[in-house]
Design a protein around this ligand. Structure first.
Ligand code: DGL
Length: 266
C-alpha cells in the first residue's frame, strides 16, 4: 500500500481492523510529498516506481492509498501490471458510497488540485449515480497542513471553512473526502458542514474491496492467522514513525528508509 505521506494510514487502519490475518507493508513517499499539485505524468512515474518496490518485497496485492495517484495512474498501472499483481485504488469505492448515501443527488468533493483536475470523481460518480451532480472544491493547502502534524489551529480551520462554504451553498447532502489525509481531521470537517451532511471516505470501502479481491483470487490468508505490518518511508524515518503512530493509533516500532528516483534515473 502506498501514499505520498501519512494520509494512507487512514486506509491501512481500516484494513488492519478488517483483515487482521493479512500482512501489510505501507510505503510513504514523504521525500516527494505533496503529490496534490504534481502533473499526471509525474504521478504515473512515481506510482510505477513504488509498485515495483512493493512487488520486489513480495506484495500479492497493491493498494494505491492516495487519491491523487489513483486519479492519475490507476488505469495505466492496472494495465501494465496485469497478470503480475491486482491493483486497487481509491475514488471508485468512495463514489459508490456517495451514490448510496445521497438523497438529493447533490454530492460535494474536497480533494487536491491533481485529483479535482483529473475529473476522475466526475466519471466515477456518473457511473455510480447517473444524474447526480458533483460539486468539487480543490485545496492545495489542507493535506500539507495535516501532514505537518501540528495542532488543529486557525490555519486548518480557515482552510476547512473555505472548502466547506461553497459546498454548503450548493446544497450538497453528501461530501466525499477525496484525499486520504482528510479523515484525520474529520470532526473539524463535520462541524463545519453540519450534522445533516453525510461524509464519505475511502477506508472501509477499500478494506471490503481488498477482502473481496483476495478471496476471489484465492490469495486470502486463513482467518486464524495473525498478520504483521511494516513501514517504508522515503523521507525522514523518525518523523514518519512519530507522526504515523499518532495517526494510525497503533504502535509503529520501526520504519525502513528507501531511496526514490533511483529507478527513474537508472
Ligand atoms: N493523501 C493524498 C491523496 O489522497 C495526497 C496528498 C498530497 O500528497 O498532496 O490525494
Amino acid at each position: 500500500m502506498f501514499d505520498s505521506g501519512v494520509g494512507g494510514l487512514t486506509v491501512l487502519h481500516e484494513c488492519l481492523v478488517s483483515l487482521p490475518e493479512e500482512d501489510f507493508l505501507y510505503l510513504g513517499d514523504t521525500a516527494r510529498f505533496p503529490y496534490g499539485d504534481r502533473s499526471p505524468d509525474e504521478l504515473r512515474a512515481f506510482a510505477r516506481e513504488l509498485a515495483e518496490i512493493l512487488l520486489e518485497r513480495g506484495a500479492k496485492l497493491l493498494v494505491i492509498a492516495c487519491n491523487s495517484a489513483t486519479a492519475a495512474a490507476l488505469p495505466a498501472l492496472r494495465e501494465e501490471l496485469h497478470g503480475r499483481i491486482p491493483v486497487i485504488g481509491v475514488v471508485t469505492p468512495e463514489a459508490r458510497l456517495a451514490a448510496r448515501a445521497t438523497r438529493n443527488g447533490r454530492v460535494g468533493l474536497i480533494a487536491t488540485p491533481a485529483t479535482v483536475d483529473s475529473g476522475a470523481y466526475g466519471r466515477a460518480l456518473a457511473d455510480a449515480a447517473p444524474g447526480a451532480e458533483l460539486h468539487a472544491v480543490a485545496s492545495a493547502e489542507l493535506a500539507p497542513l495535516i501532514q505537518a502534524g501540528g495542532d488543529v489551529d486557525h490555519r486548518v480551520l480557515d482552510c476547512v471553512e473555505g472548502a466547506c462554504r461553497p459546498l454548503r451553498a450548493a446544497g450538497v447532502d453528501t461530501v466525499i473526502l477525496g484525499c486520504t489525509h482528510y479523515p484525520l481531521i474529520r470532526p473539524v470537517l463535520q462541524r463545519e458542514l453540519g450534522r445533516g451532511i453525510t461524509i464519505v471516505s475511502s477506508g472501509e470501502a477499500i478494506a471490503e474491496d481488498v477482502h473481496g479481491t483476495l478471496e476471489r483470487l484465492g490469495l486470502a490468508n486463513p482467518a486464524t492467522r495473525r498478520g504483521a505490518y511494516g513501514f517504508l518511508a522515503s523521507g525522514d524515518v523518525e518523523d514518519f514513525r512519530r507522526l504515523g503512530t499518532r495517526f494510525l493509533q497503533l504502535p509503529i516500532t520501526s520504519v525502513e528508509h528507501f531511496e526514490v528516483g533511483v529507478r527513474a534515473a537508472a
